[in-house]
Design a protein around this ligand. Structure first.
Ligand code: ADP
Ligand code: ZN
Ligand code: ZN
Length: 654
């Protein structure tokens, strides 16, 4: 006899589909089903007595005897689907490794062996660390949120390791989320070498077989630690005992395409459902997390001192107002020379890859820009191309100005590539290690760079954002920070929060050993208030000030936002769709929800598509979500010009 089963399928529709099934099947298993002339892999959500539909199609085949997704993880995925107003089929699909989505067999190819030679720390935990560990473990069998607010180098990772070991000793599994690559290899090896358990990693640098193996080891309770980037929040972990979010302020926990979710925010939900504690660790808490502390939803634990006798670096400003030519001030070059002479390493942070951000005509001021985006193009010297960092399109630089036909074309400004070149002329004998997306594209090359740095030999490290987080280079004693002024002038209400976090994180790379480190920030705005706090290491005070401003302006985290974004090759179609959406929303009874827009995106044209946003904001989360649900139900009424694409972003951060 055949069964009726309800199946979630990865299609952008807010519904599930019923099929007939002639074989035995359990909830949470994968089935291959016919769907409009195609065969698609879906997940069984329910087995039913009857269906509202007649003429059901029949399942092609059942792929799993055992469920791939158990009830707790399905509940979590449903919660996520609801909260982010995203179709359950697509949410489930985003949560599965690619090989399972493709219908491949759920079988482990190569087991990760447990580390039998784990070595303990060669130091004792500090009093502050002990207090933190005890406090967290006192909640080990119940839900509780902790902010572990420790200055850079204060030994937060030690606290994670101790709490994790305690959980493993009890037979539990621990989920550790870290920001996008960069940090991951180092974190993974620290967990691997210290803990007597199987540590599996889930991140983008792995191949699909490795990803599936890690996923299945987590699911089969064969891994004590699951460490990964944001999507690991959806890994099935039947014996979950603790969740750790490292560098919780980091923007990469937010998925910015397709199913847009925040792994940091979801970690509270997952922890609550599993009745386990969650630790959010950082030196620079996000305002969202600080608000949760204010509201007593999260307990703050502080580590105020650097571990192992190290002290925080001395931070100073270099006034660039009277500086012309070149990216490096004389003062910074002298500081670098002094450190390098002492056998130390130096790091220069510049958040821009390529050679120079501007290619322009000295005669008429024409500036090279992307033909497909509202954006200038960046000159990359090694490939001699102008490259758009938004759409990736490259072109050969013009040799004559297309406007005035003169050949007085030049580059302006600095990126990592040009800085590397400048350094070679200042310090011809010192190796320069450049770390950005261009030099780390190949697998393993990032790890190789890190290895070279970890030898401790004098060198100059030049890098972007990728270097800002988490790294612990023990011989690094000077950090120079260049070209941050654009961030000081940004109009985005989150800009100063993010800039202060970045400055403190980058500064935190210096002087992690016993000798005091030094940080020099080059700026043309030395009087900007942000520096008062950054220089004296008063992030908390700075953040309280920002929280007050947000409170007064009723901006997040004191209100909740959502944005409906439409884009189209035809500018008018995109805008019209949101104009219609706005009038639909205004017809719903929405006293508590403000609707603002449509307005063009900051970069209006990207890859030949025009982007418009409609913002929704409310101090009442339930009302906001009510309005979005109504919009979702009625969006079909808005004559959807088929050439308009739209998506929802709940709790946007950009
Ligand atoms: P964070 O994660 O807060 O940046 P880490 O956990 O990476 O800090 O610790 C910074 C450095 O201090 C590491 O090299 C670590 O081994 C060392 N460390 C941590 N705790 C102690 C301690 N109690 N005594 C001595 N050294 C410590
Ligand atoms: Zn010109
Ligand atoms: Zn472009």
């Amino acid at each position: 006899m055949s069964l009726i089963i309800e199946v979630a399928i990865p299609v952008p529709l807010n519904k599930t589909f019923d099929y007939l099934c002639n074989d035995d099947v359990t909830i949470g298993a994968r089935v291959r089903v016919p769907f409009i002339r195609k065969k698609i892999v879906g997940i069984v959500l329910a087995i039913k007595d009857k269906s509202d539909f007649e003429k059901l199609k029949t399942v092609e085949n059942v792929l799993d005897k055992q469920p791939i997704l158990d009830k707790p993880i399905l509940d979590f995925l449903f919660w996520s689907s609801n909260y982010y107003h995203h179709p359950i089929g697509e949410v489930i699909s985003a949560a599965l490794p690619k090989n399972l989505r493709l219908g491949k067999e759920a079988k482990i190819k190569k087991e990760v062996a447990p580390n039998s030679v784990a070595v303990g720390a060669n130091f004792c935990t500090t009093k502050e660390q002990n207090i933190a560990i005890d406090k967290i473990l006192s909640f080990k069998n119940s839900y509780h949120g902790f902010l572990l607010h420790g200055v850079t180098g204060s030994g937060k990772t030690e606290v994670y390791l101790n709490c994790t070991q305690a959980m493993i000793d009890q037979g539990k599994q621990v989920l550790v989320l870290v920001p996008e690559i960069g940090l991951t290899p180092q974190m993974i090896s620290r967990f691997e070498s210290r803990l007597k358990t199987n540590v599996v990693a889930i991140h983008s640098q792995l191949n699909e077989t490795q990803k599936l193996d890690a996923y299945l080891m987590a699911k089969n309770n064969m891994a004590g630690v699951v460490i990964g980037t944001r999507s690991a929040i959806f890994a099935p972990i039947p014996n979950l005992g603790l969740i750790i979010i490292d560098e919780e302020h980091d923007g990469s926990f937010k998925q910015q395409s397709g199913f847009r979710y925040s792994a940091r925010d979801l970690s509270y939900i997952r922890a609550r459902q599993a009745k386990v504690p969650v630790i959010l660790g950082t030196a620079t808490p996000s305002l969202e997390t600080l608000k949760n502390v204010m509201d007593e939803k999260v307990s703050r634990i502080t580590l105020t001192m650097r571990a192992g006798g190290a002290t925080l670096p001395k931070i100073s400003l270099i006034d660039m107002r009277s500086h012309y030519g070149g990216s490096l001030s004389q003062l910074l070059v002298e500081k670098m020379q002094r450190q390098l002479n002492n056998g130390k390493q130096v790091m220069l942070f510049i958040n821009r890859r390529g050679y120079a951000p501007v290619y322009y005509c000295k005669d008429c001021g024409w500036k090279a820009s992307c033909n497909h985006c509202d954006s200038s193009v960046v000159y990359h010297r090694n490939i001699n191309r102008l490259k758009c960092h938004h759409c990736g399109v490259e072109k050969i630089p013009d040799s004559r100005c297309p406007e005035c036909k003169q050949s007085n074309l030049e580059v302006l400004g600095y990126g990592t590539e040009r800085l590397e070149e400048t350094l070679a002329s200042y310090f011809p004998k010192i190796p320069v290690i450049r770390i950005d997306r261009d030099t780390t594209r190949r697998k393993k090359s990032f790890a190789q760079h890190l290895k070279q740095i970890n030898t401790g030999d004098p060198c100059i490290i030049v890098g972007t954002q990728m270097l800002a987080k988490g790294h612990d280079f023990s011989n690094l004693s000077l950090v120079g920070i260049l070209e941050i002024d654009a961030g000081l002038l940004s109009i985005s209400f989150r800009a100063t929060e993010h800039l202060s976090q970045l400055l403190i994180q980058v500064s935190g790379r210096a002087g992690r050993n016993k000798e005091k480190g030094e940080v020099a920030i080059q700026t043309r705005y030395p009087e900007h208030p942000i520096f008062h706090y950054v220089l004296s290491n008063k992030y908390t005070q700075f953040a309280s000030g920002l929280l007050k401003q947000r409170h007064n302006a009723l901006l997040p985290p004191f209100s909740h936002q959502a944005v409906i974004c439409a884009n189209s090759k035809n500018r008018q179609n995109a805008e019209n769709f949101l104009v219609d959406t706005a009038s639909l929303l205004k017809n719903i009874n929405i006293d508590l929800v403000e609707v603002w827009g449509p307005v063009p995106d900051i970069i209006e044209k990207k890859s030949d598509y025009y982007y418009f946003n409609l913002y929704l904001q409310s101090t009442d989360r339930a009302s906001l979500h009510q309005v979005i649900s109504t919009f979702n139900e009625n969006v079909g009424l808005i004559k959807l010009n088929s050439k308009v694409r739209w998506y929802l972003d709940i709790d946007p951060i950009e």
